[in-house]
Design a protein around this ligand. Structure first.
Ligand code: AMP
Length: 414
């Protein structure tokens, strides 16, 4: 089954086509046909696409909205010019898997999209006003272009965390605010945390029930998850992806009274402060330089800049604090997993986070840590009792696999 995986943003559309089915999933023989992204939708858009291991191709076209972008993409894929023999016409796209950011409390697992489900995703716009409208546009555009007969599946960033117990998901606010406005912790990056938990248990030969880990997704957005017996028990992002760890441009945790203080002192509205916390804070805010960790580490090595150093140290200290908190919350764990652009590629950040964790039985092996860049494997020393792994994430693969599983289950309910 050729699954088109879509991740629709405000002006971008990331995509992959993965050929897979139940047998291929079992044998880990999923076939990645092509991947790419359309950027700057709404103006002169740029399509970058890579077929298998061939060089990236770049095309430009004026694409005014998501519908036009998807139409352009599918026409291109199906044309001779694309040089993709697997897709001869739009009929060779057999299913679509969508990354959907917020599923609220409605969606506890990946779901086949019908009118009722689409309405449910629209109902969650309130909770994710910046993200869910783009996902809805992507779903409607795909349905318009491919027709009702091509099944579409929604895979939610939040659904893995629907297993959180109330003591982890409720804020200490008047309870009616939860009832009236659904204000609670939802957590995000669920597909990524679920994927690395799955890879970890494959590496160790464990069952889901034996999987007790703390995973760190450290990219532009960052979150930690406490995963006990294969289920999410707690996670650092909250009602929105602003809470928790320090991120590229997001502050993560802070005293809520600071919001009112900034509003008063800087004559800003509440929503302006929210924007500041989302877009001008985190690594960028502290360093005053960039939100990019790789650039910060280079700068630190070359110039030992004080604010750059602070940004990196605050980032790593916050992550270590969560590591300690989740060890307590879970009653101990077997392993710590690092993923995301920073987690997968930066031995330096991993070493800083794991520094002085010997008390918990965690010591990194310097050589293994240094060597594990963009690859999957153990990075802790042989005598560690709390192990550490770097595991590259693959959300698209999980979305394609969920799409197949949901469709096959609908056609052969057990
Ligand atoms: P992502 O959102 O998962 O693509 O991650 C983006 C972040 O990963 C950016 O802050 C990058 O600077 C960071 N990153 C990528 N490669 C490296 C690297 N080799 N060392 C440190 N950070 C990196």
């Amino acid at each position: 089954m050729n699954v088109l995986v879509l991740n629709a943003g405000s002006s971008s559309l990331k995509f992959q086509i993965i050929a897979t089915d139940l047998e291929q999933i079992k044998d880990e023989k999923d076939d990645r046909i092509c991947r790419g992204e359309i950027e700057s939708i709404g103006g002169e858009a740029i399509l970058r696409i890579r077929y298998r291991a061939e060089p990236v191709r770049t095309l430009t076209a004026a694409l005014h909205d998501m519908g036009a972008a998807l139409d352009y993409l599918i026409r291109f894929l199906a044309s001779d010019r694309s040089g993709i023999p697997e897709i001869k016409s739009s009929a060779d796209v057999h299913a679509v898997g969508h990354r959907v950011v917020h599923g609220g409390e409605l969606f506890k697992e990946s779901t086949l999209i019908d009118d009722r489900v689409l309405k449910g995703i629209e109902d969650c716009i309130d909770l994710a006003p910046l993200h869910n409208p783009n996902n809805v546009k992507g779903i409607i555009a795909a349905r318009d272009l491919l027709g009702q007969d091509v099944p579409q599946v929604a895979v939610f960033d939040t659904s893995f965390h629907q297993s959180l117990p109330p003591e982890a998901y409720l804020y200490a606010l008047p309870y009616h605010l939860y009832r009236r406005h659904r204000i609670r912790r939802y957590g995000f990056h669920g597909t990524s945390h679920r994927y690395v938990a799955f890879r970890y248990r494959a590496l160790r030969g464990f069952t889901r029930e034996q999987t007790n880990i703390i995973s760190f997704h450290l990219g532009n957005g960052c979150s930690a998850a406490a995963i006990k017996a294969g289920k999410s028990l707690d996670t650092s992002m909250g009602m929105t992806p602003l809470e928790g760890l320090v991120m590229g441009t997001r502050s993560g945790d802070l005293d809520p009274a600071i919001v009112g203080m900034i509003a008063r002192k800087e004559a800003m509205s509440a929503s302006e402060v929210e924007t500041l916390l989302n877009t001008q804070s985190g690594l960028l805010g502290i360093s005053g330089l960039t939100n990019d960790m790789r650039e910060l580490l280079n700068e630190l090595n070359e110039h030992d800049d004080r604010r750059v150093k602070l940004a990196v140290e605050i980032f790593c200290y916050r992550a270590r604090k969560y590591l300690g908190a989740y060890l307590a919350g879970m009653g101990g764990a077997d392993a710590v997993i690092f993923t995301g652009g920073i987690g997968e590629n930066s031995p330096d950040v991993r070493a800083r986070i794991c520094a002085s964790m010997e008390w918990a039985g965690l010591r990194l092996d310097l050589d293994k840590n240094q060597a594990m860049v963009g690859r999957e494997g153990i990075i802790s020393s042989n005598d560690s009792t709390l192990h550490a792994y770097a595991i590259p994430t693959d959300e698209e693969l999980l979305i394609a696999r969920d799409t197949v599983r949901v469709i096959r289950k609908m056609s052969h309910p057990s």
